[in-house]
Design a protein. Structure first.
Lengths: 348, 474
């Protein structure tokens, strides 16, 4: 066993201090390089911003000044492209960015994909998806066969969902990786409607997480095409699917009949009763008031609160609630109705 | 007599040496784990992730709770920083805990607060709420005026008033980076609710330039006491939080910036009002609940999010803060002492509790003993010199080398203070740590232990001078 002695500890301290000294030098040199890199990037940004604007927005002729020479200039172009893509929705601009990236940025990202550093590879995958560099699809497929992380595989799925939806569905089916609902939503929301419908039609063959994500995505896409499918799901045996389907229908906001929803007013689950109270927001009050009055006297606070909100938001809502106050002897329901009326009047 | 003295000196010398070796080895292990975890992210573009979650579709709504007791200087900036947050769905709840200064009036006037009637569900029993206000300018901003009951009680009122499934507690003197909430919510969103609480990385704001609740530039302050605290925060971050979080062993997530699932926090009884370290208490109670319900849930520390807070600038205020922290730590550990080495609580009982007892809680006693030993050995003559010098060298490794390593690593990955001059100043100051800052803080923490024995308690507010440079240069 090593004996703890003064010379040994002095040596350990000395070695560690030397290592830290060298590390300090490395960081300082690195900082200098980073500053130089940032300078080149900023100069290019400054000099080319107007050219980019003219090319992307004013339809002026492409200038060779815009072609990047080196990493710093690529970084500047990434900043410009990201800014345009985030702030402007314009197909022509998106197309030009795509065209340019496929031509001039491709080689940089191709090289990055073979980097030893995970973060560099991830950045490249982000850019391939953002700038739609389809020319790298084959490289991406080859990249998939190397030893990659779950995060990289997720980015690859995102890329496939953009360029090759068929391949995407195939990969999702065979994928052994179990992503979270939020991640599946991020993938599904990018899909074209026809591909998503196919995915939604095969609902029962998917795992729970994919099913939940598909319902939520259908809701956020607010497409009338999904209403029938969601209506079928409200009778699903699994309560979570029922609740999400009801929520999806509420989000889409088109309720053409109330009969399918009436049985849920007396559901055992308060979450389902809450969703029905929400759905009735999209239906005239004279069709729903009897049910909403029942929900206003529900045992659950959230259901009572939602029923009161749904009633009060209608034109004749306040009058209905006041009538209710006069006739009811349910103290909790009265309290809720009173607060809702006061708040509604206060906000006017 | 001499034989007894010899025995004492050899026994204590051996004990302290053994203890120091254990601490150094465990810190080394945690440092390596943190390094590997952080190294992976070097040069990763964070904006890609942030933007991916900016939409309400991917995120979950959060209620932001700001308990305020005599925070008239900092509270407005804190609320502005919350209004600046890039997060799709939030509500801001400022809880005035019976302040005796003009906190209430300042908030009412600044945000045009109007009294409203609102039914509050009492999920957790609290002191009485006097009035609830709503801002006329910002519809998602609520002020609750309540009877004084302490920070924990104020937070419990905030939980009762909140309407969203997650709440985030923020100190009345803290400033959040605009993307911090997005980043602290990341593990919660990505895990589909498996992560039920997450704490963010806290930074010291003294010396930073600020504008309307946002930090625009970071400079190292001139005050050496504050610089030492910056170094201390970097150490705690790299040699503790990241590694503990990796194995779900976190017992403390800072009350200055943490997010909890409301459902779990309420079931765990909310914040305890009879204990100083209410943030640690809630985390430990949630860990207990997880075990009781046998559910697969996690509590995580997130290295990214930036919450800027004001560090004490004078010895007196720092002393109070450290005494309070340590007393809180001891109280919580003592209250849950049955969890220590209890296999029923898994790694929390077998690893986390012993670590917090031995290294974090009782460590200051042993270390201070080490300092006393070195002084006594000097007077007793050369037969103890060797042990004393070995001890001193271990203190150098433990104090100086770990600190410099943390500074450098932080500079490499996070680069909070970009000026090379600032980096060199921190390194130089780290060399002096074992001679003044370390013994002082050890002494104060021992005072905290004594405070626990004497059962002292207070809200623990420190005198604020305001964080931003625009308010006062620090």
């Amino acid at each position: 066993m090593i004996k703890l002695s003064i010379p040994l500890l002095l040596t350990v301290c000395g070695v560690l201090l030397v290592v830290l000294f060298l590390f300090t030098i490395y960081i300082l040199v690195q900082r200098k390089r980073e500053i130089r890199f940032a300078d080149v990037r900023d100069i290019f940004l400054q000099n080319s911003a107007q050219h980019w604007y003219n090319y992307l927005i004013n339809d002026e002729i492409f200038s060779v000044v815009l072609v990047p020479r080196g990493r710093a200039q690529v970084a500047a172009i990434e900043t410009i492209f990201s800014s345009y893509l985030k702030n402007i929705t314009n197909e022509k601009v998106e197309h030009k960015i795509k065209e340019f990236s496929n031509l001039y940025l491709k080689k940089f990202y191709e090289k990055d994909l073979s980097s030893k550093r995970w973060s560099i590879r991830m950045n490249a995958l982000y850019r391939i998806a953002d700038f739609q560099i389809e020319a790298l699809l084959d490289t991406c497929q080859q990249f998939e066969n190397t030893k990659i992380s779950e995060e990289e595989y997720f980015q690859l799925l995102k890329i496939y969902s953009i360029f090759q939806p068929e391949l995407f569905i195939e990969k999702i089916e065979e994928s052994s990786v179990n992503y979270s609902e939020s991640e599946y939503r991020r993938l599904f929301v990018l899909l074209e409607d026809d591909v998503f419908i196919r995915l939604f039609e095969d609902f029962n063959s998917w795992t729970k997480k994919i099913q939940f994500a598909a319902i939520d995505t259908a809701a956020v896409k607010r497409n009338m095409q999904y209403i029938d499918q969601l209506k079928q799901l409200v009778t699903h045996e699994m309560p979570e699917i029922k609740i999400r389907a009801l929520k999806g229908l509420y989000e889409i906001g088109v309720i053409d009949e109330i009969d399918p929803y009436v049985p849920f007013v007396t559901s055992d689950m308060w979450e389902i009763r809450l969703m029905v109270a929400k759905i009735f927001k999209h239906v005239p009050l004279n069709y729903t008031y009897a049910y909403l009055e029942q929900l206003l006297q529900d045992e659950n606070w959230w259901v009572r609160s939602q029923a009161a909100k749904t009633i009060v938001e209608k034109r004749e809502g306040i009058a209905k609630l006041q009538q209710f106050l006069e006739s009811s002897n349910d103290l909790y329901a009265i309290e809720m109705a009173q607060e809702t009326i006061v708040r509604k009047r206060g906000s006017k | 007599m001499k034989v007894f003295l010899d025995f004492c000196m050899w026994f204590f010398g051996g004990f302290i040496l053994f203890y120091m070796l254990i601490v150094i080895v465990s810190y080394c292990a945690m440092f390596v784990i943190a390094m590997l975890a952080m190294r992976k992210r070097y040069k990763l573009d964070p904006s890609e992730y942030d933007d991916a979650h900016i939409d309400a579709f991917y995120s979950k709504p959060v209620s932001l709770l700001v308990p305020a007791y005599n925070e008239e200087i900092g509270v407005v900036d804190t609320v502005y920083s919350l209004l600046n947050l890039r997060y799709p769905q939030t509500e801001i709840i400022i809880i005035n805990d019976g302040s005796t200064d003009s906190t209430l009036q300042t908030v009412i006037e600044h945000f045009r607060m109007k009294p409203v009637d609102k039914i509050v569900r009492t999920n957790i029993p609290t002191k009485q709420v006097k009035q609830i206000y709503e801002s006329e300018i910002y519809k998602n901003c609520i002020l609750v005026d309540k009877e004084n009951g302490g920070k924990a009680d104020a937070l419990n009122v905030g939980i009762n008033v909140s309407q969203y499934p997650y709440f985030c507690s923020i100190d009345g003197d803290s400033i959040l980076d605009e993307k911090s909430l997005l980043r602290v919510m990341k593990p919660i969103i990505l895990s589909d609710g498996e992560v039920i609480a997450a704490g963010g990385n806290i930074r010291i704001a003294n010396g930073a330039k600020m504008q309307l609740g946002s930090v625009t530039e970071t400079h190292l302050p001139n005050n050496h006491l504050v610089i030492m605290q910056i170094i201390e925060y970097a150490r705690a971050f790299l040699m503790g939080r990241i590694a503990l979080s990796k194995y779900n062993l976190v017992l403390i997530i800072s009350g200055a910036f943490s997010v909890f699932s409301k459902e779990w926090a309420v079931e765990a009884g909310g914040y305890s009002t009879d204990i100083i370290g209410e943030d640690m208490e809630l985390v430990v109670n949630i860990h207990r609940l997880i075990r009781k319900k046998k559910e697969k849930k996690r509590i995580e520390f997130v290295p990214d999010p930036v919450c800027w807070t004001e560090a004490p600038q004078s010895l007196g205020v720092l002393r109070n803060q450290r005494r309070r922290w340590h007393q809180g730590l001891f109280e919580s550990l003592w209250k849950h002492k049955t969890m220590t080495l209890n296999p029923k609580y898994g790694l929390i009982g077998l690893l986390s509790f012993p670590y917090f007892w031995l290294v974090e809680c009782l460590g200051p006693l042993v270390e201070l003993g080490g300092y006393i030993y070195i002084v006594v050995a000097f007077f007793l003559g050369k037969i103890y010199y060797e042990v004393a010098i070995i001890l001193l060298l271990l203190f150098v490794i433990y104090g100086v080398i770990f600190s410099i390593a943390s500074i450098l690593f932080e500079a490499w990955i996070l680069n909070t203070y970009p000026r090379p001059r600032d980096l060199l100043r921190m390194i130089l100051l780290a060399f002096t740590e074992i001679f003044w800052y370390r013994p002082l803080t050890l002494f104060w923490r021992c005072e905290g232990l004594l405070g626990f024995v004497l059962r002292r308690s207070d809200w623990g507010n420190m005198k604020r001078v305001g964080i931003g440079e625009k308010e006062k240069s620090v």
